[in-house]
Design a protein around this ligand. Structure first.
Ligand code: PLP
Length: 426
C-alpha cells in the first residue's frame, strides 16, 4: 500500500515482524559471521547479497536509507558520513579525472569549495552557472566531457528556489543526469524526482536529524536515468569493474546500479560510512520530520513578515514572501511551504548586522541551520569566509547577509527576541 508521506515518515524502512523490537535496532558491529569461506567469498564477488563489513553496509544504515528512499520516491538509497560525502560520492560515482560537470553558483559554501578546489585537484572540472539562465544560455557551458548537472532545491544561504524542471530538461537534452541537493526542502516540501531530477542528495545533519545531534548524509537514486543509453559517457557503470572480476553494474544491478557502485566501490575504497548509532538518531528525527517541517515553515513565514515590515531591516529573503524573486517557483515546487531558513540585512550594513546578531538572546550564533533551536550566522564572516568578494557576489551572498534559521520554539518568542535586539542596537 502506498501511504501518505506523513505515514511513510513513521512506517517505512524498518518493518519488524512478530517478537522483534519496534524501534530500529542499532547493529553496532563491524563485522558479520559466516559458516563457510565460500559463503563469504560470494559476498566479496557480489554473487550473493549480505553484510560482511560495516565500512560497506550495515543493516541499521540500510533500514534508515530505505526510509529516506521511500520518502523521496526513489529506487535505491545509501547513507554517508556527512552531506559533504554525499555530494562528493554522488558526483565521483560518475565523474573521473578529465571529466567536467556543471553546478549552480548559488550553492552551500562547503559544496562550492569541494567543487571549486578539491575536485579540481582530482582533475574533475566544474563550471558554475547562474541558475536563472535560459536553456539556450545554459547549453553553451556543456562540453563533450560534461557528465552531470548539480543544484540545490532551495539554495543555502540565499534561499532561492531552483527551477528543477528547467534543469532536468537541460541535463537530459545533453544525455546527463541532474543531481539535486534537497537538504533544505526535504521530501516533505519537495520531491525532486517528481520534477525530473535523477539523483537526490541530503545533508541529513539538517532537518532530517533535526536536533543538531548527528552529522550525516544520504544519496537517493530515482533509477530513472538510462546509463546504458549514454554508455560511452559513463564507463564506470557500463563497462566491467576489474576489482569485482569484471562485473558490469548496469547489467547486473539494473536500477540499483548507481547505488550499488557507490556502495561496493566508493565506500569500499573511500570509507565514508555513517555510524549505525548516528543512523539511529537520524531514524528518530525522520519519524517527526513531517510535523517539524510544518512548524519550521509556518514560523519562518511569520518571522519573515515581521522582518519585512520592520523599519530597521534593509531587505528580507524568504521565498514565500510575494516580494521574493523565487516566489512563483516556491509556489510551484513547494506548495506546502519551503523551509525554516531565511536571510536579511539590517540598515547600516555589515557592522550593524554583526552588532544586531550579538544582541540576540534566544537565537544563538551557530554554524548550523535547520534544527530545533533558532540559530543564525553571518556567512561572509563564517561559512563563506574563504570566498573572495567576487565569489561572494557570484554565490549571491551579500556582505551584510544574516542567515537566520527559525527553530521550533514559539514564534512569538523568536520575534520578541528580534525586537529586543533591534532596541538594543538603537
Ligand atoms: N548541502 C547543504 C545544502 C548544506 O547546507 C550542507 C551543510 O550545511 C551540506 C550539503 C554539507 O552537509 P554536512 O555538513 O552534513 O557535511
Amino acid at each position: 500500500m502506498d501511504y501518505h508521506i506523513d505515514t511513510k515518515c513513521i512506517q517505512e524502512g524498518y518493518k519488524p515482524t512478530k517478537g522483534e523490537p519496534r524501534e530500529v535496532p542499532i547493529i553496532q558491529s563491524t563485522t558479520f559471521k559466516y559458516d563457510t569461506s565460500e559463503e563469504m567469498g560470494k559476498l566479496f564477488d557480489l554473487e550473493a547479497t549480505g553484510y560482511f563489513y560495516t565500512r560497506l553496509q550495515n543493516p541499521t544504515n540500510d533500514y534508515v536509507a530505505e526510509k529516506i528512499n521511500a520518502l523521496e520516491g526513489g529506487a535505491a538509497a545509501m547513507l554517508t558520513s556527512s552531506g559533504q560525502a554525499a555530494n562528493f560520492f554522488a558526483l565521483f560515482n560518475i565523474c573521473e579525472s578529465g571529466d567536467h560537470f556543471i553546478a549552480s553558483s548559488s550553492i552551500y559554501g562547503g559544496t562550492y569549495n569541494l567543487f571549486n578546489i578539491t575536485m579540481k585537484k582530482m582533475g574533475i572540472d566544474c563550471t558554475f552557472v547562474d541558475q536563472e539562465l535560459s536553456l539556450e544560455e545554459l547549453a553553451k557551458f556543456v562540453k563533450p566531457n560534461t557528465k552531470a548537472v548539480f543544484g540545490e532545491t532551495i539554495t543555502n544561504p540565499t534561499v532561492n528556489v531552483l527551477d528543477i524542471e528547467k534543469f532536468a530538461t537541460f541535463a537530459h537534452d545533453h544525455g546527463i543526469p541532474l543531481i539535486i541537493d534537497n537538504t533544505f526542502a526535504t521530501p516533505i516540501n519537495c520531491r525532486p524526482f517528481e520534477w525530473g531530477a535523477d539523483i537526490v542528495t541530503h545533508s541529513t545533519t539538517k532537518y532530517m536529524d533535526g536536533h543538531g545531534a548527528a552529522v550525516g548524509g544520504a544519496i537517493v537514486d530515482s533509477g530513472n536515468f538510462d546509463w546504458e543509453k549514454n554508455r560511452d559517457k559513463f564507463p564506470g557503470l557500463t563497462t566491467p569493474d576489474e576489482s569485482y572480476h569484471g562485473i558490469t553494474y548496469t547489467e547486473k544491478f539494473g536500477k540499483g546500479a548507481y547505488i550499488t557502485k557507490a556502495t561496493v566501490q566508493l565506500m569500499r575504497d573511500l570509507g565514508s560510512i555513517q555510524s549505525p548509532q548516528h543512523a539511529f538518531y537520524l531514524s528518530l528525527g525522520l519519524e517527526s520530520l513531517h510535523l517539524r517541517m510544518k512548524r519550521h515553515t509556518e514560523s519562518a513565514l511569520k518571522v519573515a513578515k515581521y522582518l519585512e515590515s520592520h523599519e530597521e531591516v534593509a531587505w528580507v529573503n524568504f521565498p514565500e514572501l510575494e516580494s521574493h524573486p523565487s516566489n512563483e517557483l516556491a509556489k510551484k515546487y513547494c506548495p506546502q511551504g519551503t523551509c525554516g531558513v531565511l536571510n536579511f540585512g539590517i540598515k547600516g550594513g555589515r557592522e550593524r548586522s554583526i552588532k544586531f546578531m550579538d544582541s540576540l538572546k534566544l537565537a544563538s550564533i551557530a554554524t548550523h541551520v535547520a534544527d530545533a533551536k533558532t540559530c543564525l550566522l553571518h556567512p561572509a564572516s563564517h561559512t563563506h569566509r574563504q570566498l573572495s568578494d567576487e565569489q561572494l557576489e557570484e554565490a549571491g551572498v551579500r556582505p551584510d547577509l544574516i542567515r537566520f534559521s527559525v527553530g521550533l520554539e514559539d514564534p512569538e518568542d523568536i520575534i520578541a527576541d528580534l525586537e529586543q535586539a533591534f532596541k538594543e542596537i538603537g
